[in-house]
Write a protein that binds this ligand. Structure first.
Ligand code: PDD
Length: 294
């Protein structure tokens, strides 16, 4: 695998991370995950803009412009000849002896790589199960921070309960997933938490809201309770890797009929139509089941 670090493209043997990197000691940094379909970056501009915003929110001065960041992620894709997978890119505040306050002269460390990853076809088709957990994270979940302890513990809790994703609940209200945004559908209306400091404003979330608009599905960006979530006709979670994953079980109770619902299917089809079309043989079935590629 070819990595990017501080202006250079390096292989596994060459890349080194300092023990004094603040990302390592404090989780003092931000990151992005960008999907690659058919050798093309998907919504890279939106991801890189959010990276710039996250860095600004924690007062890291990114050493690269948007154009340079775009070049970096495009090079990671091409250097690794990545067809289907994702690019990981992170920025930390830099290297300095451990002390909580910002170091005086540290230079941000930018590191990235490209990795093959399959689409979660089984979950996309059959649906997934969620487990609700208390959202005990900090109050700036809008920042895509490297500090993911709350998310890590929640995900592990869900996995150990035989589920695929955790559902965060803060003061009785559903916020998001451990690594995804969540949506419910009740009486034809799409419900999701508003994009404020309690959730990450996911790029896939924004795509879904846009698709709902095009499909004339009414949207309500308003908090709902766990009891309301359990009573939804349909439910799904979204992320760069999870795409639009239907949720068929929550806290061991079926959602709706216990199978992916019709509006979720409609949104999934619309989503599939607008990603770079997959030409790899392994994905031919996916195309067929959704009609011819446009
Ligand atoms: N996670 N909320 C949280 C807490 C997330 O970690 C993510 C994504 C999302 C969805 O964002 P997007 O649609 O932009 O991927 C929402 C990434 C993929 C990860 O940490 O691997």
């Amino acid at each position: 695998m070819i990595y990017f670090k501080d202006g250079e493209f390096l292989n596994e043997d060459q890349i080194q991370v300092s023990a004094d990197d603040r990302g390592y000691a404090f989780g003092d940094g931000v990151y992005e995950v960008i999907k690659v379909y058919d050798g093309k970056l998907y919504t890279a501009k939106e991801h890189l803009e959010r990276l710039v915003e996250s860095a600004e929110k924690i007062r890291i001065n990114l050493p690269y412009t948007m154009e340079e960041l775009t070049e970096i992620v495009e090079s990671l894709q091409s250097e690794n000849q990545l067809t289907l997978g994702h690019i990981y890119l992170q920025v930390t505040r830099g290297v300095a002896p451990r002390a909580h306050q910002f170091p005086e002269n540290s230079v941000p460390v930018v590191m990235g790589y490209a990795v093959e990853s399959q689409r979660p076809l089984q979950n996309l088709e059959m649906g997934a199960a969620m487990k609700s957990v208390e959202d005990m994270r900090w109050l700036r979940c809008d920042i895509k921070s490297l500090n993911l302890l709350g998310n890590v513990l929640a995900k592990q809790d869900a996995i150990e309960a035989g589920c695929q994703e955790a559902l965060f609940v803060r003061d009785g209200l559903v916020t998001e997933g451990a690594s995804s945004n969540v949506f419910g559908i009740k009486d034809g209306v799409l419900h999701t938490h508003p994009a404020n400091h309690f959730i990450l404003n996911g790029i896939t979330r924004r795509v879904v809201l846009q698709l709902a608009n095009e499909l004339e599905i009414p949207v309500l960006e308003k908090e709902f309770t766990l009891a309301e979530a359990l009573d939804m006709d349909e439910f799904f979670f979204t992320s760069t890797n999870a795409e639009i994953t239907p949720v068929v079980m929550m806290d061991q109770q079926p959602i709706g009929q216990g199978v992916p619902g019709p509006l979720t299917r409609k949104l999934q089809s619309a989503f599939n139509r607008q990603i770079p079309q997959l030409t790899a043989a392994g994905h031919a079935e996916e195309r067929e089941s959704n009609g011819p590629a446009s």
